[in-house]
Design a protein around this ligand. Structure first.
Ligand code: CP3
Length: 345
């Protein structure tokens, strides 16, 4: 069996168009609830090898995909940093908020040793999955982790975080520096355990004041990639600067990622013209378009994306995670449209 299409395309080889879905392992598959029920606490769930493995492989039972994303959460880093991370039903995640100026900045914690189950699951999965299925390891970007750590929970505008950026700037940047090391450590661990591709989720990059985008999103990502390369990790890295608008252009040239994942709001014609042509593009079907069933628009939407991306290094995906309402039949239809288009090229 040949190497997976995603690794191939990111190495610059000619391939068919690869396809996988953000949050493909979650709640839109009813069977997920059966697996999820076996552990009430979501953190404990993410630390249980058997459950990680079952959740990671679940979408492969339903779909012909080019990758599996390891089941974990970006907030496992703050959890390992002892921030008392909790997931409460219907309330989302919460943790002990960091106080700006707090002198002890949580350096030198061996987070990797606390995430052994993640490492062991990756090794197991890489040995058992077919070679044609890429295994994606991931982490949250430093800014997005800082958002949750300072706010102590999700927020619509992350005002406490932005205030800290202005009022406790030196402290804030020290936190970002600390997180750069932890993100690099966890990605290195996943690479060494057997991941084929790494992805960095900057889910709240659209909260960064524009004058700080370089300092808070681009430079930290470039530093993470540099650290990985200095540790002899040559795996491709996908960056996801969610909703970052025009700043995505600079990100594509300077963050050192091999692929930029685009959210559903990005005009792909603009992206093709402006984004660094040396790197790949991933995206950007609106996950909400997978909810109505039957859908009159789905086929046309997918073909429009494929036509615009013709001739570019491109990985088909959604522009953000699949939501619980997304329909399995729609996901399968998208895959079959992409596969047959790709074979005709
Ligand atoms: O298929 C996959 O991608 C599975 C692995 C995965 C999860 N979270 C599992 C999860 C991945 C890659 C993530 C990333 C993640 N987590 C992000 C970045 C991507 C994005 O969506 O922007 C963020 C911001 C988080 C933080 C997070 N985790 C929140 C805000 C929540 C609660 C809201 C929600 O969607 O429920 C989670 C919980 C979470 N992470 C669930 C899953 C399947 C649902 C919890 C459950 O099943 O009980």
């Amino acid at each position: 069996m040949s190497e997976n299409l995603i690794s191939k395309i990111l190495k610059g080889e000619e391939t068919e168009i690869p396809i996988w879905f953000l949050r493909q392992a979650g709640r839109h598959i009813p069977e997920y609830f059966e697996i999820r029920k076996r552990e009430t606490n979501f953190i404990t769930f993410c630390l249980n090898e058997e459950l990680i493995i079952e959740s990671t492989t679940l979408p492969l039972k339903y779909y012909d995909l080019d990758a599996a994303i390891i089941f974990s959460d970006i907030l496992m880093i703050p959890w390992a940093m002892n921030r008392n991370v909790q997931f409460t039903k219907n309330h989302g995640p919460s943790m002990k908020p960091m106080i700006p100026g707090e002198t002890k900045i949580l350096k030198n914690i061996c987070i990797v040793s606390k995430l052994e189950p993640l490492k062991n699951s990756i090794t197991y999965l890489r040995n058992s999955l077919p070679k044609s299925t890429g295994l994606i390891g991931f982490a949250g970007a430093p800014w997005t982790l800082a958002c949750y750590m300072i706010e102590g929970k999700g927020s619509k505008d992350f005002i406490k975080t932005r205030k800290a950026l202005w009022s406790s700037h030196k402290w804030f940047m020290e936190l970002i520096e600390t997180l750069i090391i932890y993100v690099a450590d966890i990605l290195e661990m996943q690479a060494k355990a057997g991941a084929d591709i790494l992805m960095i989720f900057d889910s709240w990059s659209h909260m960064i004041p524009n004058s700080f985008f370089n300092k808070c999103a681009i430079r930290p990502t470039a530093r993470i990639v540099d650290i990985l390369r200095s540790r002899n990790i040559s795996l491709p890295v996908i960056g996801f600067p969610f909703k970052a608008g025009a700043s995505i252009v600079k990100y594509s040239f300077e963050s050192k990622v091999d692929c930029v994942s685009l959210d559903w709001s990005v005009d792909l014609k603009w992206a093709v013209k402006n984004i660094n042509k040396n790197i790949a593009i991933q995206g950007n079907l609106d996950p909400a378009s997978l909810i109505p069933f039957p859908s009159d628009h789905l086929r046309k939407n997918v073909l429009t994306i494929l036509d615009i991306m013709k001739g570019r290094k491109f990985i088909f995906n959604v522009g953000h995670g699949l939501t619980p309402e997304c329909k399995i039949d729609n996901v399968n239809e998208v895959i079959s449209i992409v596969r047959s288009y790709s074979r005709k090229l």
